[in-house]
Design a protein around this ligand. Structure first.
Ligand SMILES: Nc1nc2c(c(=O)[nH]1)N[C@H]1C(S)=C(S)[C@@H](COP(=O)(O)OP(=O)(O)OC[C@H]3O[C@@H](n4cnc5c(=O)[nH]c(N)nc54)[C@H](O)[C@@H]3O)O[C@H]1N2
Ligand SMILES: Nc1nc2c(c(=O)[nH]1)N[C@H]1C(S)=C(S)[C@@H](COP(=O)(O)OP(=O)(O)OC[C@H]3O[C@@H](n4cnc5c(=O)[nH]c(N)nc54)[C@H](O)[C@@H]3O)O[C@H]1N2
Ligand code: SF4
Ligand SMILES: [Mo]
Length: 672
């Protein structure tokens, strides 16, 4: 007998593309997924999306709260777990002050969950030590585009790429990491758009590009400055735009002259003629887009890299129009929302600065709020065990995802209290004093905000396993224990509070979202939302140029790039439980150029040892000419070969992003 399945419309939980999906449900199980026909999915999904049911219904899901007793975990009730957490947090606060506590919220949680966890940290615990994984990701974007344009988010919607004549993709492995965006780029290309890719690796998108500039890792500023220099010298700038809408251009023009294509070639290894070709292609386009991701941001000079991109877009007037924009591709499905909800040490919701808006939030929440300077995620970890004594971590796996894994593990072990809320056991829950089981995206209502600033609903399709709860309920219960009224009947109530306090979300309600997603800023209930930013000007009046210089690159033995594969998501807590994805890429690999491999006696499949100043790991070599001699690539999905054991503690001085993207290492054959 054929059974009709219920189809529940919701949003994919993996990447920031924010594809709409239907979960097909029978007997409280998700049996299948199909794509929405609306943008950006438009009837298509990537492999992870199609295979979502496998992790949702996985037997490893956390079902009950657990507390550490000696060296084992025992099951406990929610009321016992939450009163223990509240009592321990209050004790630390009393003995060591509120800034001995920290909350890391989750880019996998909903907006409502992020908002209440942020409120818990500030209103109940009394600290601004609040951050989220965007610190390891797009913090430089927030800082640089915030200062230059007025907002650190994607300027145009994904579909706007279909209007671009030229698309420059820098440090983004788009087909593997943002498949829905890549499909739009490919469609634009079929319609005649030209594609430029800047990446040290020959990725899939590089293979279909009109121009692939295979630069030395870490040298983007030299390249982007040389492109801007040519654009200026050869008269391809938009003088009207510069005059009427920007400040600071003259200083940039004067200082950039030294970045000749020849000088840039010596630094970044791209032949001067190809740099010239790229400059002419980008500079002469009617509408041009720049798409970038972690190859740009995760460097000690990540903020300067982003500014170099902004300088180029501003000089050519490529902002504020369909097809012309800057696309910092957000990674997690709700990392944009986590930031929008004020899960950042220096901002409340909607990027309202703590230094300016404290009184507004004190009045709304009826409580005194901290003025003190909050620490960023990696700084929080750096002071764990000394100044920081208690931490609540929601849906992150820092034991594998943060820099310098051995230092992170020591930091987590040295806390007096570690609470971790997740849907699966992870390397980080294993270090917790209390583990809280959370309802997955398929088991709760709420909203998430995709990379294109589109706020969308996630809808409950099935009941959570065991006594797992949506985290907004957990946070609300903790707020109540701390004496902060939190009588929310539903996550829609939480969104009403968010909208009332946040101008850019002012017109967003669950009821409206039932009819489809809305791009913020959306200030009122009758406002249609804002797909394209800066059509009529910049929020700070005029956009700002700022000259940035290429810092000297150290000579290294090998430059290891740490990134991702298309079949796994980060630390693998979800994708490594999906057997088809695990079959595709079951273990860590290190891509090495065949010439380097031959010189070191390494063959395809040889076990190799990688060593850096921070640690040593083992993995298997994969011979590939997608990387040039001197460059290696590996993903950080595998606990058996934890790549972040190799990364160091260096931070970008502006945004505090750790330099996760490239690390100098030595490589040798195992046993050699
Ligand atoms: N399947 C899958 N999809 C994902 C994720 C996942 O884990 N798995 N994670 C999501 C998240 S949170 C994020 S942030 C995104 C990340 O998406 P991406 O940023 O696209 O992914 P990465 O693999 O980190 O690396 C980006 C590219 O930068 C290049 N690169 C390295 N160094 C440099 C450099 O110095 N300059 C330039 N120009 N390029 C460089 C690398 O070769 C790589 O191709 O993906 C999201 N989507
Ligand atoms: N060397 C190197 N390191 C990197 C990077 C790199 O490119 N190179 N990339 C960095 C980047 S960009 C990122 S974003 C980080 C990612 O780092 P993390 O965010 O720490 O990695 P994930 O494995 O995605 O962890 C998310 C966790 O959330 C859980 N989860 C899923 N749904 C829910 C939910 O509804 N509620 C709760 N509470 N939990 C849930 C998952 O089970 C998982 O354990 O890694 C960073 N680390
Ligand atoms: S492209 Fe991203 S949002 Fe779309 S199905 Fe794949 S992982 Fe999900
Ligand atoms: Mo990310």
């Amino acid at each position: 007998m054929v059974m009709a399945l219920d189809a529940i419309e919701t949003t994919c939980v993996y990447c920031g593309c924010g594809c709409g999906i239907y979960l097909h449900v029978d007997n409280n199980r998700v049996n299948a997924v199909t794509p929405s026909l609306k943008p950006p999915a438009r009837g298509r999904l990537c492999a992870k999306g199609w295979l979502l049911p496998d992790f949702v219904g996985h037997p490893d899901r956390l079902r009950e709260p657990m507390m550490r007793k000696g060296d084992r975990y025992v099951q406990t009730s929610w009321s016992e777990a939450l009163s223990f957490i509240a009592k321990s947090l209050a004790e630390i606060k009393r003995d060591s002050g509120p800034d001995a506590l920290a909350v890391l919220t989750s880019a996998k949680a909903t907006n409502e969950e992020n908002y209440l966890l942020m409120k818990l940290g500030r209103a109940a615990l009394g600290t601004n030590n609040i951050d989220n994984v965007a610190r390891l990701c797009h913090a430089p974007t927030l800082f640089a585009l915030g200062a230059s344009l007025g907002s650190g988010s994607m300027t145009n919607p994904i579909e706007s790429l279909l209007h671009s004549d030229v698309i420059m993709i820098i440090g983004s492995n788009t087909t593997e990491q943002h498949p829905a965006v890549a499909l739009h780029i490919m469609e634009a290309r079929r319609n005649g758009a030209k594609i430029i890719v800047v990446d040290p690796r020959r990725t899939q998108i590089a293979e279909i590009a009109d121009l692939h500039l295979q630069i030395r890792p870490g040298t983007d500023i030299a390249l982007l400055n040389a492109i801007l220099n040519i654009v200026i010298r050869e008269g391809m700038i938009d003088e009207d735009f510069i005059r009427s809408r920007t400040d600071g251009f003259d200083a940039v023009r004067d200082r950039i002259a030294e970045y000749t294509p020849e000088a840039a070639e010596r630094i970044c290894g791209v032949p001067a003629e190809r740099i010239h070709d790229a400059a002419v292609m980008y500079g002469s386009a009617g509408t041009a887009a720049i798409v970038y991701a972690m190859g740009i941001t995760q460097h000690a000079h990540g903020t300067d890299n982003v500014q170099a991109i902004a300088n180029l877009a501003l000089a050519t007037g490529n902002l504020g129009r369909d097809g012309a924009g800057i696309y910092p591709l957000r990674g997690h499905h709700n990392v944009q929302g986590a930031c929008d909800m004020g899960a950042l040490p220096d901002y409340y919701t909607g990027y309202q600065r703590v230094s300016e808006f404290r009184e507004k939030f004190e009045a709304a929440w009826n409580v005194e709020l901290p003025e003190s300077h909050g620490r960023t995620a990696v700084e929080i970890m750096g002071s764990a065990g000394s100044e920081i004594r208690g931490m609540y971590i929601s849906g992150e796996n820092p034991a594998l995802s943060y820099p310098n894994g051995s230092r992170i593990r020591k930091a987590l072990e040295s806390l007096d209290l570690l609470v971790v809320a997740d849907i699966f056991p992870t390397e980080t829950t294993r270090m917790a004093d209390v583990v809280l089981p959370i309802a997955s995206f398929a088991e709760k209502y709420g909203t998430v905000t995709s990379t294109e600033r589109k706020v969308q609903l996630i809808r409950k399709a099935i009941d959570p396993p065991g006594s797992a709860l949506p985290e907004w309920i957990v946070a609300a219960k903790l707020l109540e224990i701390f004496g902060i009224p939190a009588g929310y009947d539903s996550s829609a109530d939480v969104m009403r509070e968010i909208a009332a306090l946040t101008p850019s979300y002012g017109g967003i309600t669950h009821e409206r979202l039932e009819r489809g997603g809305i791009h913020w800023p959306c200030p009122t209930e009758t406002h249609p939302g804002t797909p394209v930013l800066y059509r009529d000007g910049f929020p700070r009046g005029r956009a700002l140029f700022r000259h940035v210089d290429q810092r000297r690159c150290e000579k290294e033995m090998f430059t290891l790039i740490i990134g991702r594969s298309q079949y796994h998501f980060h630390t693998g807590s979800m994708t490594r439980r999906v057997c088809i994805l695990e079959r595709e890429v079951p273990e860590a690999f290190v891509d090495i150029n065949p010439e380097d491999a031959a010189a070191l006696g390494i063959r395809n499949g040889t076990g190799v040892i990688l060593e850096s100043g921070s640690g040593t790991i083992r993995a298997r070599a994969r011979l590939s000419d997608s990387v040039n001699s001197g460059t290696l690539f590996m993903p950080f999905h595998f606990r058996e070969s934890p790549a972040n054991m190799l990364t160091g503690w260096q931070l970008d001085p502006h945004s505090k992003v750790p330099a996760l993207k490239i690390t100098s290492v030595s490589i040798r054959r195992e046993g050699a």
